[in-house]
Design a protein around this ligand. Structure first.
Ligand code: THU
Length: 165
């Protein structure tokens, strides 16, 4: 069993694991497909690790994005934040319903992507603000998809506005 799956099982998080994206419901399959398409357009010449993300808003719009790297490495941005920041910049009154992420160096990566800490922090900020859970779908470029039902599950003991008071 891949390491990530046994770790998640120990945490007993409410996740769903689909062995193939064809098992997803139509809405989730569509979102994963959009993330897969966005991945192809990633600007990832330094890591060669292309990531695509697609956000479904409650107004029905789907916003996609991908990782944007830079010769000054820390200046780049992950796919998740590229998509979510664009979505919230343009539709600040909308809620995020779900986010799908697809990643891998090639079309043969079966290991679902695990989002970085900064992306988890950003996603949780919007989830807390909108007061409704954001569903998350994580996938490699092929094979299984892991579904989470809240960003809070990905970032326990988090820093937020309450800490600033
Ligand atoms: N990356 C993402 O875009 N999302 C993730 O969830 C993990 C990492 C990007 C950042 C960088 O461009 C490349 O993948 C390698 O870390």
């Amino acid at each position: 069993m891949p390491k990530i799956k046994s770790m998640l099982k120990k945490l007993e998080l409410p996740i769903e694991i689909y062995s193939d994206r064809k098992e997803l419901c139509g809405e989730d399959f569509n979102l994963i497909t959009k993330a897969q398409e966005a991945r192809k357009l990633a600007y990832a010449k330094y890591s060669n690790f292309k990531v695509g993300a697609a956000v479904l808003l409650d107004n029905g719009k789907i916003i996609s994005g991908n990782n944007q790297e830079n010769a000054a490495f820390p200046s780049g941005l992950c796919a998740e934040r590229t998509a979510v920041f664009y979505a919230m910049a343009n539709y600040p009154l909308s809620r995020i319903v779900k986010l799908a992420v697809v990643a891998g160096k090639d079309d043969n990566n079966a290991e679902p992507v695990s989002p970085c800490g900064s992306c988890r922090q950003v996603l949780l900020e919007y989830e807390k603000n909108q007061k409704t859970s954001i569903e998350l779908l994580f996938s490699g470029t092929k094979g299984e998809v892991i579904k989470f039902f809240s960003c809070a599950d990905l970032l326990p003991f988090s820093f937020d506005e309450k800490n600033l008071k």
